[in-house]
Every structure is written in structure tokens, then in C-alpha cells.
Design a protein around this ligand. Structure first.
Ligand code: SAM
Length: 270
């Protein structure tokens, strides 16, 4: 078994991928957990072939999370599947910022473009008293988000609708909208090719969803409510300027753990 694990590690390393993924591939091929896989002495031929096939798929850029079918987000195990955005660590930062806001005891929250349900579910898990809504225009993502909510026993109101879905009286509109400039597509890492372009790209500047969302959010929020967005470092300051020029208050671009301009926060005046 050490031989197979060693081979998987070496091939991943040579391709510039994390060696640690070798154990994930082996565990998946064996249908066991990572520790059990590590302790397996004899790998059946069939599992060895499966591990090598998974390796080849991974080396072609297929995301590990889609192979595993699950990802941990803000401590929650979420199901993921091809075509629906894999929740990213930067988005955990967005959830942290949302939880740090001075929200009322029982806030009404909307997650726009919920994808797998990541943000809405993390917020509901940490704010059980909140009334959490989520919109999404991709039916596949919406079905997955509903499944994740059910698996986790968390109540979120899902709406098959664009942007704010006509909701009103909200204390927080939070979103990780598609925000990559379309021109980035040519230089994107191979993993992105397996995710839905609808979830990634947003016009020339990457603001074709975030900009109208900010406009709609004004009317969807209660006075004193917050808008919190995840954006690309190139376009966060751009939208910041536009919101400052409007009637928003407390407009601020905040940085992610890597020090990049990543989040935009603004408040509708009380
Ligand atoms: C970057 S993904 C974020 C998914 C999830 N919130 C997360 O953080 O992992 C953006 C999501 O917004 C959805 N979307 C794109 N345009 C939208 C729109 N106009 N209204 C609502 N959802 C939209 C996409 O289908 C996709 O699931």
C-alpha cells in the first residue's frame, strides 16, 4: 500500500498539486475514511485501478472537492457537485464579517446567489433566531442548497429568483456573487472549467451582478440594514466609490486573510 500511496503522492507533487490529496484519493478508491485507508495493508486490485483513474482525473484539473462530493464550510459538511460552485475559504471570511455586524436579536437575512447554500446555512447555524432567506437562479444549485439544508436540519427559505427576489424589510443582504471579469477566463486555472460560468463570471468588469444587486439591496433593506459583498480585489474599490457617491453610509472595503481587498460593506442610513 505504501507503494501505491507513494506513487500517488509523487505524481501529485510532480504536477504541483498538494501531496496530501493522495490519501483522499486512496480513501475514496477504497470507500473508507482517511485513517482507515492509511492503515490498510492490502489494496485490492480493483481499488488500485480506481485510485489511479481518480489520480488521472485530478491531474486533468478536476477539483478534489467534486471527487469527494463534500466540503467543509464554516464547520458544516456540505455536499458539492459538478456545476455548482465549491465554497471557498475567502467566503468563510464573509460569514465572519456578517456575524460581527450589530444585527438585531432576530435578524432577517438574505443570501443572494446561494449556490450550495454555504453562506445562508452557516449564518443560520450561528444565528438560530435569524430568519434566513436565499435566492438563486440556477435550479441545480438551488436543489443542492435545499438538500444541504435538509441534511443539516437548518431552516432556510429558498427562492428561485434573481438578486433580492423582491424581498423587503431585511437587516442584512449578503452575497458572494459571480465577480470575475470575463477576460479572466483565458487565464483561469483548469479547476474553474468544471464550475458553472454563471457562478464565476460577471461581465467585463466583473460587476454585472454586484452592481444591480447593490442598487436593489437599497430598497430591500430596512433603514440601518447592511449590505455585505465578496468581490474581486480589482473591482471592490470600484464599487466602493460608486456606493460612496450614492447615499450609503459606513462604506468600507475590507481585506481577506491574504491582505487583498475582498469584501465591501455598506449601510443604509438608519
Ligand atoms: C460565486 S457563486 C456563490 C455561491 C455560494 N454563495 C458560495 O459562496 O459558495 C454565485 C452564485 O450566484 C448565482 N447567481 C448568478 N447570477 C445570479 C442572479 N442574478 N441572482 C441570483 N443568483 C445568481 C450563481 O448561480 C451562483 O450559484
Amino acid at each position: 500500500m505504501v507503494g501505491l500511496l507513494g506513487l500517488l503522492r509523487r505524481r501529485l507533487r510532480e504536477a504541483g498539486l498538494p501531496e496530501a490529496e493522495a490519501l483522499d484519493l486512496l480513501a475514496l478508491a477504497l470507500g473508507k475514511g482517511r485513517l482507515e485507508a492509511l492503515l490498510t495493508r492490502e489494496v485490492p486490485k480493483e481499488a488500485e485501478e480506481k485510485a489511479l483513474a481518480l489520480l488521472e482525473k485530478r491531474l486533468r484539473g478536476y477539483p478534489l472537492q467534486y471527487l469527494l462530493g463534500e466540503v467543509e464550510f464554516f464547520g458544516l459538511p456540505l455536499k458539492v457537485e459538478e456545476g455548482v460552485l465549491i465554497p471557498r475559504p475567502e467566503t468563510e471570511g464573509l460569514v465572519e464579517l456578517a456575524l460581527a455586524l450589530p444585527l438585531p436579536q432576530k435578524p432577517r437575512i438574505l443570501d443572494v446567489g446561494t449556490g450550495s447554500g454555504a453562506i445562508a446555512l452557516a449564518l443560520k447555524a450561528h444565528l438560530p433566531e435569524a430568519e434566513v432567506h436565499a435566492t438563486e437562479i440556477d435550479p441545480r444549485a438551488l436543489a443542492l442548497a435545499r438538500e444541504n439544508a435538509q441534511r443539516l436540519g437548518l431552516k432556510v427559505h429558498f427562492h428561485p429568483a434573481p438578486l433580492t427576489g423582491g424581498l423587503k424589510g431585511l437587516d442584512l443582504v449578503v452575497s458572494n456573487p459571480p465577480y470575475l471579469p470575463a477576460g479572466y477566463r483565458g487565464e483561469a486555472p483548469p479547476e474553474l472549467a468544471y464550475e458553472n460560468p454563471l457562478a464565476l463570471y460577471a461581465g467585463e468588469e466583473g460587476l454585472s451582478v454586484a452592481r444591480p444587486l447593490a442598487e436593489e439591496a437599497w430598497g430591500a433593506l430596512k433603514p440601518g440594514g447592511y449590505l455585505l459583498l465578496e468581490l474581486a480585489p480589482e473591482n471592490a474599490p470600484l464599487l466602493e466609490e460608486e456606493l460612496r457617491a450614492g447615499s450609503w453610509e459606513e462604506v468600507a472595503v475590507l481585506r481577506d486573510l491574504a491582505g487583498r481587498d475582498r469584501y465591501l460593506r455598506a449601510r443604509r442610513p438608519p
